[in-house]
Write a protein that binds this ligand. Sequence first.
Ligand SMILES: [Zn+2]
Length: 357
Amino acid sequence: MFSHQIFRLGSSRLAAGTALRGQFGRNFSKPFIKPQSIRYYATYRRFNNSKPEFDIRTLLRNRYLGYFVAGSIAFYVYNLDAAPFTGRHRFLWIPYWLETKIGDYSYSQLLGQYQNRIVPQSDPHYAQISRIMNRLLASAIDGTKDPRQVAHLKSLNWTIHIINAPDAAREPPNAFILPNGKIFIFSSILPICKNEDGLATVLSHELSHQLAHHSLEQLSAQPIYMILSTLLYASTGISGFGDLLVTGLFQMPSSREMELEADHIGCELMARLCFNFREAVNFWGRMEQFEERLRKSQYALPNNMMMDFFSTHPNTKKRIQDIQLWIPELNTIQESSDCHQFSLFQDFSRNFFGTLR
Ligand SMILES: [Zn+2]
C-alpha cells in the first residue's frame, strides 16, 4: 500500500530514459544492421587477418576507464546512507531539497485533480488525523540522531487533505504523504481503518516512507537501472528484455523491501507511542477482505504468483505474517517506552498543523 505519486514519477523517468535510448538505437544502428549482426560485427569481423578493430583488453587497460570505475565506486560508497530505525544501507545521492521540490510539483498536480473533492476542515477526522500525526512526528524526531533529518522534518509545511471518495470499488482506498509534507487521505479508507489505532497504522506506514526517504532511494537508483537495461540491450540485442529483467530482478523487489520497511518502522512508532500495534494486523485483515470482495467484483484483478512477483506491493497475507513475527520485539519496545508520560501536546512547538489539537 498505497499509491505513491512520487514512485510513479520514478517509473516514468525510467520509461523516458528507455524511450530516449530507443531513439538512439533507431538512429544509429537499427535501420542498417539487425541486432544480432551488431554483435558479430563488434566482436569477430576482421579484414585480411588484420587485428580486430575492437579489443576488450585494450579497453580494460585504458586508465581513464579505471579512473571512471574507481570514481563511481567512491561516489557510491560516499553516498551510502543508513535508513532510520532499521539501519538498512542504501544509495542516496539526491539532496533532500530536490525531493521536496518534486513533492511540490506533485502537490500542485494533485490539487488540480482533487480540488473539488477536498472535505471541509470542519470534518472531525481532520482533528483526529492531526492529533495522530503530531504524536508520530514528535516520536520520529525524538528517535533520530541525524540533525539533517530533524531540520528537514521541522522545515516542511505539514498539511492534511481528506479526499471525498464515496465509491470504494471504483476508487480503491488510498492514502499517501508527499515528500513536501502534504498528507492525502481518501475517505474510502476510513471505514477500513475503523478506529484510531487503524488510522495510526495507515499514517505511520505512510510517514515511514518519508522518514526513510524511499522516493529519493528510487530516484537515486534510476541511473543504475538505465545503465543495466542499456548493457543488457547491448549484449542481447533484444529490445525490452533488459527493462523487464531489471524491473523484475531489481526494481520490484526493492519496492517491496521499502514496503516491508515502512511497515516495520510504522509499527515501531506505534509501539513507542502506546498505540495498539496489534490493530495493524486487524487493519490489514480488513484490507485483505476488501481486496477479496474487489477481486470477486467486476473490477477483478489477476492474482497469481507471477502477478505477486511483479507487484510493487507485497501480498497482504505476507504482510500480516511479517507483522505478527515482530510482535515480541514490539512488546519490548512498548514496555520500555515512556509514552504514557509523553506531554507532547503541552508543547506548542510540537504541533505541526497550525492549531493545537
Ligand atoms: Zn506503502
